[in-house]
Design a protein around this ligand. Structure first.
Ligand code: 5GP
Ligand code: ZN
Length: 136
């Protein structure tokens, strides 16, 4: 299969592995957006959050806090972001992965959400809520 992360799992592409168990692998992101920027992947090839099964996501998110705690202990960041991108153009590698991004003072990393507080009417909240619930 032509998947970079499967190749990393198989050792066909080298990586700096920080954690491994039967179901999960974690290695340094090649770009090191910040010091310690780590990717956590299931060993099983799953393209994105829409297709991940319960066991696989459980394995991944069982490992995530372990690695987060290790990053905190190792580098004493001021905080840590957890990011998961799905679908183009946000996602560039189509093997599910979770970014752990330790944050530091003036690290230049931009990760922000837009704040529309006060601009959305209650009816719109109700409409959005209903639409999601109807889609579950
Ligand atoms: P995405 O945009 O899909 O959420 O993130 C994919 C991530 O994979 C990017 O941050 C990119 O730096 C990382 N990446 C792509 N190719 C490789 C590689 O060969 N080795 C490692 N360690 N990371 C990679
Ligand atoms: Zn893969």
């Amino acid at each position: 299969m032509d998947c970079i992360f499967c190749k990393i799992r198989e050792g066909e592409i080298p990586s700096y592995k920080v954690y491994e168990d039967d179901h999960v692998l974690a290695f340094l992101d090649i770009t090191q957006g910040t010091k310690g920027h780590t990717l956590v992947i299931p060993k099983k090839h799953v393209p994105n959050v829409y297709e991940v099964d319960e066991d696989t996501i459980t394995h991944v998110f069982t490992a995530v806090p372990k690695i987060a705690r290790a990053l905190k202990k190792a580098f004493n960041p001021i905080g840590l972001n957890i990011v998961n991108n799905n679908d183009r153009p946000l996602q560039s590698v189509f093997h599910f992965h979770v970014h752990l991004i330790p944050r530091y003072e003036d690290d230049g990393m931009v990760l922000s959400t837009k704040n529309n507080f006060g601009k959305i009417e209650p009816e719109t909240f109700i409409e959005i809520t209903q639409k999601i619930k109807d889609s579950l």
